[in-house]
Write a protein that binds this ligand. Structure first.
Ligand SMILES: [Mg+2]
Length: 280
């Protein structure tokens, strides 16, 4: 099937992008004239990056800000985490969740679905997990996280001089077990099912699902994220929405940027206030 997405915008450095605060009036206006949906990555976007994934806890204030936003506009949290883990951490009813980079989805009504074909990779992931654990046992600070539809090799606590051993181990396992591919993030490498699916396709599928409520209005998907896997989503929303990168990567397809998680929370609050009181 041909890729229906338009040609990708040329990526560039985030430091040259306008602040997402400049785009606030445009985004708030879309709440009235379009099907605005706000997609939020979790780690590094709603919570600061922590030393281990377990420590990335959503703050009470941030949860309240997202809850208020979700009362006036469609909201989804999109993450590489397992769906169950993500739902437990965010703990807000009535919003959508996409876990495993979109392979598993929980819609706002609570209904869950898995991308067809994903379950066929569970055996390969289990075998790869055994191999990877054996290979990384001797590397200090390296840890294998077995997620439902991915294996993560975390090396945030690994000395820099040993990081190449983690990369080599992941590459060796990817070569030994068919059907998996390597993706990267901040001090993590992942082995995932080699399916043509990513956060961008998950965002489009969720945005399309919203159209059943207001089919006559054009979509306006806004995506906030901070990492390499978010670039697929930035490319996806470039034609009809807005991608906002958190931080300052050298190459990004986002069209606006924010400095930090603190700014994300302020931006979401400001957006909510503008939508609640459009004339203010
Ligand atoms: Mg992230």
């Amino acid at each position: 099937m041909p890729d229906p997405r338009p040609a990708s915008p040329a990526p560039g450095p985030a430091a040259l992008l306008p602040s997402a605060f400049d785009a606030l009036p445009r985004v708030a206006e879309a709440a009235a004239s379009k099907r605005l949906a706000v997609f939020l990555d979790y780690d590094g976007t709603l919570t600061p990056i922590a030393a281990t994934p377990e420590l990335a806890v959503l703050g009470d204030h941030t949860r309240e800000v997202v809850r208020r936003l979700a009362a006036v506009v469609s909201v989804a949290v999109v993450s590489g985490r397992d769906l169950a883990d993500l739902v437990e951490r965010v703990a807000l009813p009535g919003i959508a969740y996409a876990g495993s980079h979109g392979l598993e989805v929980q819609h706002a009504d609570g209904a869950r679905s898995t991308v067809p074909g994903a379950s066929a990779y569970l055996d390969a992931l289990a075998r790869a997990g055994d191999l990877l654990e054996a290979r990384l046992r001797e590397v200090p600070g390296a840890r294998v996280e077995r997620k439902r539809f991915a294996l993560a090799a975390h090396f945030r606590l690994t000395p820099d001089v040993r990081v190449d051993e983690v990369r080599a181990a992941v590459a060796a396992v990817a070569g030994a077990v068919r059907g998996l591919r390597i993706t990267g993030g901040k001090r993590v490498l992942e082995l995932r099912p080699d399916l043509d699916w990513h956060k961008g396709r998950a965002v489009r599928a969720l945005a399309d699902a919203l159209s059943s409520h207001a089919p006559s209005l054009p979509p306006y998907p806004v995506y906030l994220g901070d990492d390499v896997t978010d670039e697929d989503a930035f490319r996806e929303v470039a034609s009809d929405g807005l991608g906002v990168v958190v931080g300052e990567p050298q190459q990004t397809a986002a069209r606006a940027h924010m400095e930090s998680v603190v700014e994300v929370v302020r931006w979401l609050e400001a957006l909510t206030e503008r939508i609640e009181a459009p004339s203010a």
